[in-house]
Design a protein around this ligand. Structure first.
Ligand code: DX5
Ligand code: ZN
Length: 220
């Protein structure tokens, strides 16, 4: 199985999103990672469902929306309509994670939960059997361009073990500080979906960079 690459739009040139997306897609990126921030859960603000709706017809990539927001339930309807495929919320922001999973699935989207670097990944145990994705944050959420936190590899390893042991079907995704060096560690530690912002959109040759990551294979 080969790695799924989800370039993060956060690091793209916002004056020409259409061209940046086309470049990543042409080179073989399978997913597009969309970071939604609300200036409350994290000290930064990005874009909303309107932008996602405008981008949807431009691409066949899987739209992987990562909600770094308080009250994520308020975003379900508008992002489903806008064309999000995956709806990933933060465990730390959810009053009732189980009810939220139900609502996301009822809306017809795949559901993921993300954990911040300091959150115990084992807190996800009650939800793992119903998740399509688990997103391990390898930097503090809020900004691109930060350094990868090594201890988060223990979380992906635990998720990979649980998945193998129990036959769970979630994909394991890692986000933050992914570059050629850290990607190799993540993939050998069980990560199946790599999010990369700066490494892809900050590269001199975006297409070559995309091909590097999508060419990595998962040895299992
Ligand atoms: C950070 C976001 C990331 C960000 C990653 O809060 O969730 O998706 O774009 O950026 P890089 O790859 O530059 O660390
Ligand atoms: Zn993200």
């Amino acid at each position: 199985m080969s790695v799924i690459l989800a370039p993060s739009l956060l690091a793209a040139d916002f004056s020409c999103l259409d061209r940046q997306i086309a470049m990543a897609e042409r080179a073989g990126a399978q997913w597009l990672h969309l970071d939604i921030m609300d200036f409350h859960f994290v000290p930064n603000l990005t874009f909303g469902a309107g932008v996602v709706r405008s981008l949807r017809p431009l691409s066949k990539m899987v739209f992987d929306a990562h909600f770094m927001v308080e009250q994520p339930e308020k975003y379900i309807e508008s992002f489903q309509k806008a064309g999000a495929d995956y709806f990933t919320f933060h465990l730390e922001a959810a009053a009732d994670p189980s009810a939220l999973i139900d609502r996301v699935k009822e809306a017809g989207m795949k559901c993921g939960i993300s954990v911040k670097p300091k959150t115990d990944v084992k807190a996800l145990a009650p939800y793992l059997d119903r998740l399509d994705l688990v997103l391990v944050m390898s930097v503090e959420p809020g900004f691109g361009g930060q350094s990868f936190m090594e201890h988060t590899l223990e979380k992906s390893a635990w998720l990979a073990e649980e998945k193998a042991k129990n036959g769970y079907s979630y994909l394991i995704e890692m986000d933050g500080g992914i570059n050629r060096k850290t990607a190799a560690k993540a993939v050998s530690g069980g990560v199946e979906v790599l999010v990369a912002g700066t490494a892809v959109f900050g590269a001199e040759n975006i297409e070559e960079e995309v091909r590097y990551y999508t060419g990595l294979s998962i040895d299992r």
